[in-house]
Design a protein around this ligand. Structure first.
Ligand SMILES: N[C@@H](CCC(=O)N[C@@H](CS)C(=O)NCC(=O)O)C(=O)O
Length: 216
């Protein structure tokens, strides 16, 4: 009987679960995908709570190692399995700091502060409460930061350096999310998005992750 891969990726259907799946596809990893969704009860089983007491997706299991948090999972996979041929970790301290700067910025300002606030207080308002003012203000806030990112991406193919990296995984997943929320993306963002969408690993991961349900 064929042995199961030692890497398990738990979670499907959301922007956050897309990131590890895409990273694993870029790295050409052999992994088992367990497509549980948030708010379905699937994160509340005893087995899953043992892995991730936060009861959130995504979660990675690699042998004895277990990590939650989409950024941490992707960073781990790239550092452990990247061979420099597809997605790469920066080589110098300075470039690592530059990558962190972009990852923290995009994750903090676009994901958590804007898009997820919109999701919590609109589509998920039955859980988190209706807050139209917060949703409108998060939209304006996201638009401001999308404009700054658009300026950075003029004449660039990737967020940092000249290869796909963690910052691209986080940004592209947020741009998909922003597009679903009807943001008018600037030309440089559209060009960047179009070019990333040509990647086979991106397309495969998109099909795997979003065959369940789309969300934040
Ligand atoms: N900061 C976490 C966020 C994880 C998260 O909030 N996941 C959502 C789905 S996108 C979830 O599992 N929600 C279920 C819940 O909050 O009960 C990450 O980036 O992985």
């Amino acid at each position: 009987m064929k042995e199961l891969p030692t890497i398990q990726l738990w979670g499907a259907g959301t922007t956050r679960t897309f990131r590890p799946v895409w990273t694993a596809e870029e790295l050409g990893l052999d992994y088992q995908h367990i497509p549980i969704g948030p708010r379905t009860g699937e994160t509340q089983t005893e087995e899953y709570i043992r892995l991730n007491p936060k009861q959130k997706v995504p979660c990675l299991v690699d042998g004895d190692l277990v990590y939650s948090e989409s950024v941490a999972i992707c960073r781990y996979l790239i550092a452990r399995y990247g061979d420099g041929s597809t997605i790469t970790a920066p080589e110098s301290l300075e470039m690592c700091a530059r990558e962190d700067e972009w990852v923290c910025y995009v994750y903090g300002e676009l994901d958590e502060t804007s898009l997820y606030v919109m999701r919590r207080h609109d589509a998920l308002s039955q859980i988190f409460g209706e807050a139209p003012q917060a949703v409108a203000s998060a939209r304006t806030y996201a638009a401001k930061h999308l404009a700054l990112i658009a300026a950075h991406l003029k004449n660039r193919n990737f967020v940092v350096g000249d290869r796909l990296g963690l910052a691209d995984i986080i940004l592209m997943s947020c741009l998909d999310w922003a597009a679903r929320y009807g943001f008018d993306l600037q030309d440089s963002l559209l060009k960047y998005k179009d070019s990333i969408e040509q990647r086979e690993a991106y397309r495969k991961a998109y099909a795997i992750n979003y065959s369940k349900s789309a969300g934040g």
